[in-house]
Design a protein around this ligand. Structure first.
Ligand SMILES: Cc1cc2nc3c(=O)[nH]c(=O)nc-3n(C[C@H](O)[C@H](O)[C@H](O)COP(=O)(O)OP(=O)(O)OC[C@H]3O[C@@H](n4cnc5c(N)ncnc54)[C@H](O)[C@@H]3O)c2cc1C
Length: 448
């Protein structure tokens, strides 16, 4: 158990981090290293670590720690650094409100007023098992609240509403943290990584997994998980197929699955599968209630705050990193992004200013989104992006508003499930300050 250090809770901090997952812990460490004296992490769970604590499979840390760790091992490694750098940690404490001053009453929720750049401190209201309701002010804030899973309501699957329908992450928590099996025979809807990992986990625990059903013509999880979690255990993956109906009175009794025409199931080709459990692995949504409360600008594709090259949001002094910004498939990239956000927050807290970004980035052909959404022409950057469609033998191209090619590289294949990261050096960017650059991933034979 990673125990929290709450003995030093103060009423004012240089940097306050909301969320104690790998993003929050990484950002807090970087903020301390950057010179912030008083740094606090707040997490609603009883121990820090975030989603990693329930991911007991290996596959974490190959890049960041150069060795393969399980989720709890990765969390432990980062937490040890949190302790070494003397960061205050308070758990079992939910941040329920956030505003630009202590006057929460003057603050309108879901305000449509655009966020402005203001040097004012923020005030955070938290509900804590140990400290009760507490107001804490902070010079800089890092949002690291992670993501939550899409539920049945998001896809409106027809049928009855029996017990036994749950998200794959909840099932993972039942099995890995609470020692409870969700059922005896399961169907998994959606081929996201959590569903794939749970297909293997349930099989290892003696639950029969009848199959994974994916509405898209391609899988939505990492290729290594398709191989290691499905193929190695002979679990079938049905692409372009969905659960068309759920049956059962008190408990799930069966589901009807059917191939889709576009996104519409074709009942004439459907079949029934007896099962007592239906796991949903249909995507994660960045958890941005607090970002909306603050009136931050949100990217409609990522559902996370729009950030600049320092991971600063549209409000000065508010930074964000990890799954709250966009969904990451590897924790190593979360840690990388967190170090940048934390460093920037630490510098902001000690009054170190930096020039604003001068290049805007926009997604073009076959690019769903890119993060950050702006960069500076005089610095090196890592830009994360996801494609809309799988493509083989393609090239990633960055072009200026006049259509000139700024940067281009060949890629063997891209998949929507695998984040692409692009390292950009200042030598490519120096002539484009003030410009808007378009990023696209196009077939190799596309015209120049
Ligand atoms: C099932 C699964 C399997 C994965 N497998 C791998 C893998 O094999 N390899 C790999 O590299 N990556 C893997 N990942 C991805 C990686 O684990 C995540 O990208 C990473 O953990 C996200 O970190 P985070 O800190 O952004 O979010 P989280 O870990 O979700 O942490 C967010 C924290 O914020 C807290 N919080 C939220 N709101 C509040 C609030 N209002 N007040 C206080 N606290 C709050 C939450 O309690 C939580 O602790 C996996 C992810 C999942 C879900």
């Amino acid at each position: 158990m990673l125990t929290a250090n709450t003995s030093h809770l103060q009423s004012d901090y240089d940097v306050l981090v909301i969320g104690g997952g790998p993003a929050g812990m990484g950002a807090a460490i970087a903020a301390r290293v950057a010179g912030a004296d008083r740094v606090l992490i707040v997490d609603r769970e009883v121990e820090p670590g975030g989603i990693l604590l329930q991911c007991i499979h290996p596959g974490f840390g190959l890049q960041h720690f150069k060795e393969e760790l399980t989720g709890p091992e990765y969390a432990q490694r980062v937490y040890e650094q949190v302790v070494e750098t003397e960061i205050d940690v308070i758990t079992d404490s939910y941040v329920i409100d956030i505003a630009r001053s202590t006057g929460f009453t003057s603050f309108t929720k879901n305000s449509s007023t655009p966020a402005s750049r203001s040097p004012e401190k923020l005030c955070v209201k938290l509900l804590s098992a140990q400290h009760g309701v507490k107001l804490i002010t902070t010079t800089a804030t890092v949002l690291a609240m992670g993501a939550r899973e899409r539920t049945r309501g998001a896809i409106r699957t027809p049928g009855t509403r029996p017990a036994g329908v749950m998200t794959a992450g909840l099932a993972q928590r039942f099995v890995n943290l609470m020692g409870i099996l969700p059922g005896k025979r399961a169907v998994i809807l959606g081929s996201g990584d959590i569903g794939l990992i749970m297909a293997r986990r349930l099989t290892l625990e003696g639950v029969e997994v009848a199959g994974v059903f994916e509405i898209m013509p391609h899988a939505n999880g990492l290729n290594r998980n398709i191989v290691q979690c499905l193929q190695d255990y002979d679990i079938p993956l049905h692409l372009s197929t969905t659960v068309a109906e759920i049956h059962g009175h008190d408990r799930v009794e069966k589901v009807t699955v059917a191939p889709v025409d576009g996104f519409t199931p074709d009942p004439s080709r459907g079949w029934d599968i007896e099962c007592d459990t239906l796991l949903l692995s249909i995507g994660l949504i960045p958890d941005n209630e607090l970002s909306r409360t603050l009136g931050l600008r949100i990217d409609p594709v990522t559902s996370g705050p729009i950030v600049d090259s320092q991971m600063e949001t549209s409000m000065a002094g508010v930074f964000a990193c990890g799954n709250v910004v966009h969904i990451h498939d590897l924790v190593d990239f979360v840690s990388q992004e967190a170090m940048l956000a934390g460093h920037s927050a630490g510098q902001y807290a000690i009054g170190q200013t930096r020039p604003a970004d001068n290049i805007r980035l926009v997604p073009g052909d076959n690019v769903a989104y890119c993060v950050p959404q702006s960069i500076a022409s005089d610095r090196e950057h890592t830009v994360y992006l996801r494609v809309r469609q799988p493509l083989e033998n393609c090239r990633l191209r960055l072009s200026s508003s006049s259509g000139g090619v700024v940067y281009e590289k060949k890629i063997r294949f891209v998949l929507p499930a695998e984040m692409v990261n692009l390292k950009l050096k200042p030598r490519f960017l120096q002539d484009f300050h003030g410009d808007t650059l378009k990023i696209e991933v196009i077939p190799n034979h596309a015209p120049d």
